[in-house]
Design a protein around this ligand. Structure first.
Ligand code: MRU
Length: 347
């Protein structure tokens, strides 16, 4: 299995597969400071909601290990490191959820400025978060695979695979589990402009797993669905509110509308760490806007006038009425109205 976020316990450094280079080159990078971890998250060397949470959790430990305990109280250093890591990407709740969990574990230990002990506690908590993420993904896979029938074709968007998590994946975990069950099915993959996570990463993962798959450009999804070529759609999520509004990669909402119009089931696969029960409605979610050059250029090749104004939100929001069900590690939530989400997530 791909080890997307690998903390080297002997050197205290974080090894990541540089996802900006895939699939052309498989190269690992190492982060030795919290700033390097923050940079890797910002530039999408590591990406996907659960994966950035796990990376940032280790980032807290790495930051503490590099802190000068002579000059500053532990709580102050810890707070600065956590704030830095949380600030790099606003939409995926897994990032702040994981960082705050590590921060809480360190503070709870009441360490009297013992930085060495604080690092150990932070690493232990990050290890736990990573292990739990893989377990949650496997459970999502188990529940979701039941939806896939022999001979089906499904469509997915962006990359919600092993690369986007600590391993196994959420939406791609569903396909992995279905394959493990011996099912025969095909996966259509949206290329996912502007940064092509579908074409570069999902296609790469599915090929590695030898899962029958076909790549399409984003604007082909409508005709594919209308031609009855897909029996279901499954995508990942970056944040899900208590009322079932789902933030995910830009283009997800369009797929959900297409699915509803054409009567195709539309599923979201997400671990409990992606639910933000403190929010209810779509307008409470902060959507990250990224560099306009991500739209004007593809892999350094200019494809639009250099000064062309650009709109580049990285995510959109899909309302609950377009979602058939949310596949979680605790089971499939449907229908997703009223109290169902808080009840199941807190159980
Ligand atoms: O900008 P990215 O590549 O981090 O966006 C990733 C997505 O939108 C994924 O679908 C989401 O994080 C779920 S990953 C299991």
């Amino acid at each position: 299995m791909i080890d997307t976020v690998y903390y080297k316990h002997d050197t205290g450094r974080l090894e990541l597969i540089d996802q900006t280079l895939l699939p052309v080159e498989t190269r690992n990078i190492e982060c030795g400071t919290e700033h390097e971890v923050a940079f890797a998250i910002k530039t999408l060397q590591v990406r996907g909601a659960p994966a950035i949470g796990v990376a940032a959790a280790y980032g807290v430990a790495i930051g503490l290990a590099g802190s000068d305990n002579q000059n500053e109280p532990l709580e102050v250093s810890l707070d600065k490191i956590c704030k830095l890591l949380i600030s790099v990407r606003p939409t995926a709740v897994n990032l702040s959820w994981a960082v705050k969990r590590v921060q809480k574990a360190v503070l709870k230990a009441n360490l009297q400025n013992n930085f060495e002990k604080a690092v150990k506690i932070a690493v232990k908590e990050a290890d736990k978060i990573k292990k739990e993420d893989i377990e949650m993904c496997r459970n999502i896979g188990k529940f979701g695979a039941e939806l896939i029938k022999d001979g089906d074709s499904w469509l997915t968007h962006c990359n919600a695979g092993a690369l986007a998590t600590a391993g196994y994946g959420t939406a791609l975990g569903v396909f992995r589990a279905a394959k493990e069950m011996g099912k025969n099915f095909k996966v259509y993959v949206d290329e996912t402009r502007p940064l092509l996570q579908g074409a570069r990463l999902t296609a790469w993962e599915l090929m590695q797993e030898k899962i029958d798959s076909v790549l399409i450009c984003d604007n082909m999804a409508g005709s594919l669905i209308r031609a009855d070529k897909v029996q279901g759609i499954v995508v990942g999520a970056d944040r899900i509110t208590s009322k079932g509004f789902v933030a995910n990669k830009i283009g997800t909402y369009s797929l959900a509308v297409l699915a509803k119009y054409n009567g195709v089931p539309f599923y979201v696969a997400a671990p409990t760490s992606t639910f933000d029960l403190s929010l209810s409605y779509d307008d409470e979610i902060v959507i990250e806007e990224r560099d306009p050059d991500e739209v004007r250029y593809i892999k350094g090749v200019q494809i639009a006038p250099a000064d062309m104004p650009v709109y580049n939100p990285a995510f959109d929001i899909t309302p609950p009425e377009l979602i058939t069900g949310i596949i979680t590690d605790k089971g499939i939530i449907r229908p997703i109205y009223g109290q169902t989400i808080p009840e199941i997530i807190k159980s």
